[in-house]
Design a protein around this ligand. Structure first.
Ligand SMILES: Cc1cc2nc3c(=O)[nH]c(=O)nc-3n(C[C@H](O)[C@H](O)[C@H](O)COP(=O)(O)O)c2cc1C
Length: 208
């Protein structure tokens, strides 16, 4: 397994904290969706007891699912790549933030590859009756953005992330979307968008 150069742990304030895992799907490390994630994290961190970790999928070695059927009887993927650490991190996070730009009315390939590898978890739950037993409610949050203004821009991502949350037995929560942001710095230059992200994060943290 690689060391954690593809991720960074932003803050870690106290014991019994809520761990917030951001799964970032854009190849643009400081682009719009990453800026959303950073501002949401800032909002979360206003409440003590929160830690934040960013995973940059574009830096990782994750093979796409081959539909080989290997996981159907074992619940484990046959590949041994960077997804191994991500299964553990995903299982252990209290809140998961799925962060992706809208690509062709869906999500980026980077995050889709991560999602598809949870076919192994689907097999555990629906074929092998191995239902995960979390000690408390875990939540999933979709953050996305797009260049245009279409009504259905995020519908594909919503359905996919809802399906993933169901597979992982986590509660799909209110998402956050921005339209009409294209160049890398668009959201960074929109203080009202940054404020919305911080508010979104602080509300989530104050709920628990
Ligand atoms: C391959 C590709 C596909 C895209 N598809 C769409 C699309 O279907 N609709 C849209 O409004 N924007 C689309 N965009 C624009 C991005 O969603 C937009 O620039 C977004 O702000 C990028 O976020 P990022 O900086 O986090 O990568 C696409 C961009 C790329 C590179």
């Amino acid at each position: 397994m690689n060391n954690v150069s593809y991720s960074d742990v932003v803050q870690n304030q106290m014991k019994n904290q809520m761990h917030n895992l951001f799964i970032l799907g854009s190849p643009r490390k400081n682009g719009n969706s990453a800026t959303m994630a950073k501002a949401v994290a800032d909002g979360l961190l206003q409440t003590k007891g929160n830690s934040v970790e960013n995973i940059y999928l574009n830096d990782m070695n994750i093979r796409p699912c081959q539909d080989c059927g290997g996981c159907l009887s074992t619940g484990n993927c046959v590949f041994d790549d960077d997804m191994a650490s991500l299964y553990t991190k995903t299982d252990e996070a209290d809140r998961l933030f799925f962060v992706s730009p809208c690509y062709f009315y869906a999500m980026s390939a980077q995050i889709k590859v991560y999602i598809d590898r949870f076919q192994a978890r689907w097999a555990r739950k629906y074929l092998l009756n191995q239902v995960p037993t979390a000690k408390h409610k875990r939540t999933g949050h979709l953050l996305s953005c797009a260049a245009t203004d279409g009504a259905e821009l995020f519908t594909g991502a919503i359905l996919s992330i809802k399906c993933l949350c169901d597979t992982l037995d986590i509660s799909y929560e209110e998402p956050l979307f921005f339209r009409k942001v294209e160049s890398r710095n668009s959201i960074r230059n929109l203080p009202e968008h940054i404020a919305s992200c911080e508010l979104y994060g602080s509300k989530i943290a104050s709920r628990s």
